[in-house]
Design a protein around this ligand. Structure first.
Ligand code: GDD
Length: 388
């Protein structure tokens, strides 16, 4: 892979955010890096892949799409499917388990499949810092919650890095590129606290008959604008550094993942930035910044493949906007003017739409091995297929 070298950056306290770099060539193995350009060799990819688990959250998606996603994740990385799919009237989770079994039998790749609503989580998470995730018979619904369960599993199994890839991606080539961008980012950032966030070049929804390729997502462009406004107002220097506020496709070290707080549902991605900026920048050394005295380094990279995924409708988009902007509205990044801009923006999208305060989970102090082994011991419906 050949990428623009991450050079231009802005620092906010102990958070270094690199300006967007583009993938220049998907395959440039064994070519030399030169000024402004970096190439990553296959040996580096293979080494990092073996230390990375790719977490795939899924809730009632098409099985063929999930199959395409798994097929595109490099063999060396463990796939962790965290499902919230329905069990009745049709047991969709059973189909996901069957698919994973067939894939493993054929390819021998490593796959872990678990369900977010498995009752085995109750005992595993009770009396831990993540007890708040429990509700009724199991874990609360939400993409962020599913992602965090995947992180615990990856940590327990000894992985150094985790990357997230949505299961509703129709283009396996895009999935493959995302994974390789994660590996490249971890290699280039040379820190124990890396984060890699992907911006797709175009985005489209497959369900629409007249597909239109957007340069910017309907939610991300708003989140990016408000985050940039907030940062500009705090620093009194205008910035447009944030280009991946809602990046569903992102990756980070397990060390970083377990030392930050997480937000529920779709607030998860913007809240990572909000949390780090609050703790490592606004609170200036008095916060909970996990990396001190070092920096958290955030690489933003633009992929080549378009991001083509399932259509979920306007109501879904509006709710994501309210949750994303809620992370900023209820943070110390937002002054009165930013709050007013958030309210105006929400009003434009749907009358009566309000910023949603994020529900926050704090995994710090959790023992992933204890939680995961307790979960696996009690679960009748999870399966770990080891590679080979
Ligand atoms: N385990 C689990 N639990 N998975 C879930 C849940 C849940 O409660 N809710 C959704 N998912 C899965 C979906 O099946 C899909 O694979 C993925 O999470 C993303 O959910 P979508 O509902 O398809 O999200 P989206 O496509 O509208 O938005 C995506 O892109 C945004 C940025 O453009 C998400 O990744 C957002 O988080 C992201 O901000």
């Amino acid at each position: 892979m050949m990428l623009e070298a991450p050079q231009r950056f802005e620092s906010y306290g102990a958070v270094t955010i690199y300006d967007l770099v583009k993938v220049l060539e998907l395959d440039a193995s064994n070519r030399r890096s030169f000024h402004g350009i970096v190439t990553i060799d296959d040996e580096v990819f293979n080494d990092i892949a073996a230390n990375t688990a790719i977490i795939v959250p899924i809730k009632d998606e098409e099985l063929f799409t999930l199959e395409g996603v798994i097929s595109a994740i490099p063999h060396g990385s463990l796939v962790i499917i965290v499902s919230a799919s329905s069990r009745e009237p049709v047991d969709r989770y059973r189909h996901e388990l069957d698919l994973a079994k067939i894939i493993h039998q054929t390819t021998r790749r490593g796959i872990l499949v678990l369900h977010q609503k498995d009752q085995a989580w109750i005992e595993a998470l009770a009396d831990t810092p993540l007890e708040l995730m429990l509700e009724g018979e199991s874990v609360r619904s939400g993409k962020g919650e599913g992602m965090l369960l995947g992180v615990i599993a990856a940590a327990a199994l000894g992985y150094r890095y985790v990357g997230f890839i949505d299961s509703d991606n129709y283009v396996p080539g895009a999935v493959h590129e995302y994974a390789r961008i994660y590996y490249a980012g971890f290699h280039l950032l040379e820190t124990e606290y890396p984060m890699v966030r992907i911006k797709w070049p175009f985005k489209g929804k497959l369900a629409s008959s007249d597909m239109y390729l957007r340069r910017r997502g309907r939610v991300s462009r708003i989140t990016n604008r408000i985050l940039n406004t907030a940062l500009s107002r705090i620093r009194k220097v205008e910035t447009d550094i944030i280009k991946t506020g809602n990046s569903g496709e992102h990756a980070l070290s397990v060390k970083l993942a377990l030392s930050i707080k997480w937000a529920s549902g779709y607030a998860v991605e913007p809240y990572q930035l909000v949390y780090l900026l609050e703790e490592c920048f606004i609170k200036a050394g008095k916060g909970e910044c996990p990396s001190l005295p070092h920096h958290v380094k955030i690489l933003q990279a633009e992929a080549r493949n378009p991001h083509i995924h399932a259509e979920k409708g306007d109501e879904h988009i509006n709710s994501m906007i309210a949750k994303s902007l809620g992370t900023i509205y209820y943070s110390s990044l937002a002054d009165d003017r930013v709050k007013a801009e958030i309210m105006e923006t929400l009003e434009q999208y749907s009358t009566g739409l309000k910023p949603v305060p994020p529900r926050i989970y704090d995994p710090r102090g959790i023992d992933p091995v204890k939680v995961f082994s307790s979960f696996m011991a009690a679960s009748n419906e999870s399966i770990l297929y080891e590679e080979g």
